[in-house]
Write a protein that binds this ligand. Structure first.
Ligand code: FAD
Length: 597
């Protein structure tokens, strides 16, 4: 693997952030991008501005020859083969680079979806699970963008519950083909893709992946769906009617298709999160430009506090989202680097990515909900024009919505976050239960003192407090429900919310701390302000989720004493977020965009 010399970060276990303390130097942020990262960021950004944006109308009209050509051009620039090994025509870059490209290319949801499905879920199954012959045959075309990939897991009767698929595969009488029968639904790129990763159950039992070429006999693509958004992407059903797939096109182990399905979703999720942050960076520019020229009551609306507040929240979210996204991929790269010689073993790389499944789901949920907040406020800033097709907010609003549905709905991802944490805790991979027990003893005996000193000490104490609140509430729920907590979905969801917010606020604070260590507190004032604004909202959400969990899990005297502990944990002085937001907004308005410092 070509490492782009990411600054070393220490190896962390997935979900470990809940019980470990990280120093800023151990964590990777955009400020740590190397020259090569910056160069790739610039290439992707220029490609998006010069090639994607001028073609938006054509793609919205479903002129898919344009989309194909753009994927090919992205391939020429090395943007499509980032995760493909060099020996098969790819660039084999680190995961930071993967995230950078997903982030910078995200100037139009329709194409981001096309490109994401092609480079990620359409290509990676072969990278991680293909045989040597399959890799040699298919990867060079996919990496160059000459072959377009797609991924067909969902069916009309099973989306979230994808392993419950109805598509069947049976061996032909001569033993040379599998005959696939059934349908697939909502397949991105289906209208023009050449190659499909299709999942079906062999003999109705063994869930298995297959590499299916478009021209295989018995393969057909249905009509385009008429969608709410991302209209510039293709979404069609597939019909498999005795579709003949050569036996050598079975992907991975028979009956182990779920490994393929879930592994590539993790990469899809971190890229989706990074892409949502990139999209938000574009939307804040559009909203700010409009706010600076639209007049009401004799003033530009950018002068009004309630408009400035929206711009500041967007900026604080982008700062936080960048911190989370690059922290996550930085951890992956550090762990991949530790593989040493085995870095070229894609099976090992895949296992590293699996380790961070919790963080990938966090990024997916957080990113998709954040970008929805941004487009909603963008429509609001545009006022009546926000509701009109000719203006950019309307399409942005529609395009963003899908992110909460695909790559695992946000409900499913919330269940994944808490479910994986509990599984890791039960299996001893993550000493979460010991941390909860220690905390329970501690909160019963003492008050809140997290003992932080130095730069951003108060903020760091609050991060430690957030972790305690989350662990405390989770501990109360686990004590009450034990294993049956898995059936308490609202509690699982609320725990996931606390976990997500903790990761977000800690990432923002660590990034601000790292910036302050380099530039001094004055030099990092804007970053500190953004981390404080984000943190203030985060703490409120964590407290509210904790209250809900505790109220559901305890009653009577127990409830009263646990609420007293929660109140004690939640005692902190609030930041003056109105003043902080005003300063952040001023910077955005002056420069017309999101600024770190
Ligand atoms: C534009 C678009 C592109 C897509 N691209 C692809 C693609 O390329 N390849 C592919 O394979 N699929 C693709 N999909 C399908 C997508 O992944 C599914 O739509 C998604 O996984 C949800 O499945 P579903 O639609 O069947 O909803 P359902 O699973 O029926 O879910 C409906 C609702 O119930 C909730 N729900 C379901 N199960 C649970 C549970 N256990 N607990 C709590 N809540 C639950 C869901 O969160 C959701 O809110 C695409 C979909 C769209 C719309």
């Amino acid at each position: 693997m070509e490492t782009v010399a990411a600054r070393p970060t220490s190896k962390t276990s997935g979900g470990g952030f809940l019980i470990e303390q990280r120093a800023p130097d151990e964590v990777f942020f955009p400020e740590d991008f190397t020259e090569q990262h910056l160069l790739i960021a610039q290439t992707a950004e220029e490609f998006a501005t010069k090639e994607i944006v001028p073609n938006i109308d054509a793609m919205e009209r479903k002129e898919f020859a344009v989309s194909r050509e753009l994927v090919r051009k992205a391939g020429e620039l090395g943007l499509s083969g980032v995760d493909v090994p060099e020996q098969y025509g790819g660039m084999e870059m680190d995961k930071v680079t993967s995230a950078i490209i997903a982030d910078r290319i995200a100037k139009y949801g329709g194409f981001s979806t096309t490109w994401g499905a092609h480079t990620c879920i359409g290509t990676l199954p072969i990278v991680y699970f293909g045989t040597e012959a399959q890799k040699k045959k298919y990867l060079p075309g996919l990496a160059s963008g000459r072959t377009i990939g797609a991924y067909a897991l969902s069916e009309s009767s099973s989306g979230s519950d994808a392993l419950n698929c109805r598509a069947r595969a049976t061996l032909s009488a001569d033993g040379r083909h599998y005959l696939l029968n059934g349908e697939k639904m909502w397949i991105t790129n289906a209208g023009f893709a050449d190659l499909f990763i299709v999942f079906a159950k062999v003999n109705g039992e063994k869930f298995t992946g297959f590499i299916v070429e478009r021209n295989f006999p018995g393969f057909a693509v249905g009509a385009e769906e008429h969608k709410m958004g991302i209209r510039g992407s293709s979404t069609c059903p597939l019909v498999l009617n005795d579709c003949q797939v050569p036996v050598e096109n079975v992907l991975g182990e028979m009956g182990k298709g779920h490994h393929i399905a879930f592994c590539v979703l993790n990469v899809g999720r971190f890229k989706l999160g990074a892409g949502c942050v990139g999209a938000a960076r574009n939307y804040i520019e559009s909203a700010t430009a409009y706010a600076k020229q639209r007049k009401a009551f004799g003033r530009v609306i950018a002068d009004f506090g309630l408009v400035r507040e929206k711009l500041a929240n967007m900026a604080a979210g982008i700062f936080t989202g960048e911190a989370m996204a690059y922290r996550t991929v930085g951890m992956m790269d550090a762990a991949i680097a530790q593989l040493g010689e085995s870095q070229s073993d894609m099976n090992q790389v895949r296992k590293v990515i699996d380790e961070y499944a919790i963080e990938c789901s966090i990024l997916k949920v957080w990113g998709s909900e954040f970008v929805d907040y941004v487009v909603d406020e963008m429509v609001q800033i545009y006022g009546g024009y926000g509701f009109v097709e000719e203006y950019p907010a309307e399409r942005a609003y529609r395009d963003a919505r899908i992110n909460r549905i695909f790559e695992g709905t946000n409900e499913i991802n919330r269940l994944v976050i808490t479910g994986f944490l509990l599984k890791r805790a039960m299996s001893g991979q993550l000493p979460l239960m010991a941390a909860i027990r220690q905390l329970m003893d501690e909160v019963l005996s003492s008050g809140r003192d997290n003992g932080a000193e130095g730069l951003l000490a108060e903020e760091r104490k609050l991060v430690a407090t957030a972790k305690k609140i989350g662990l405390f509430a989770a501990g109360v729920a686990v004590q009450r429900y034990m294993q049956a907590i898995q059936d308490q979905q609202e509690i699982m969801g609320a725990i996931a919310d606390m976990v997500i917010e903790t990761y977000a606020m800690e990432s923002a604070v660590l990034r601000a701390q790292k910036l302050a260590a380099g530039k001094g507190e004055a030099g990092a004032a804007n970053a500190i302000a953004m981390s404080r604004v984000y943190m203030a909202g985060s703490l409120e959400r964590i407290e509210s989720a904790a209250r809900m969990v505790i109220a559901a899990a305890a009653e009577g005297d127990m409830l009263r004493s646990q609420m007293a502990i929660l109140r004690r944990l939640c005692k902190y002085e609030p930041f003056n977020t109105i003043a902080l937001r005003d300063k952040i907004a001023q910077k955005v308005i002056e420069t017309g965009k999101y600024q770190v410092s």
